[in-house]
Design a protein around this ligand. Sequence first.
Ligand code: CU
Length: 149
Amino acid sequence: MKIKKIMITTLLLTLMVPLVYSQPREIKIEGHDQLRYTVETIKTKPGETLKITLKTVSAADKSQMAHNWVLLKQGTDALNFVTKGLQHQDNDFIDPELKGQIIAKTDMLGDGEEDSITFTVPEKKGEYQYVCTFRAHFQAGMKGKLIVE
Ligand SMILES: [Cu+2]
């Protein structure tokens, strides 16, 4: 009887271990009126589960100042991506035809708004760019890189 109890306890503990380790690592980022992210480099491991939480802090109206966080696939021309997006303000400045170049993204957020996205980091090592697609923000420096190593 006692052995059975120990076996069941051991089995339950074994099943719980993956649950604990699959909790995503959260990275909190803010977007400011200076057109910068508070986090410009994220180091990660292949296949890691990441949770990105973006919050906008701004003195301006959302129509004038909003930010998102868009992680692009390797090989994407980021300047071309945001430039094409200029004609798609109603779609968070993202050209629907280019959405295949996105790995993960948050919503477009005005002051005080927050959004989280959980995703699996690519297995391929190297650098991946993230950008804000609001008009001219990328060009002003609102970008960063996710490094898989
Ligand atoms: Cu922005």
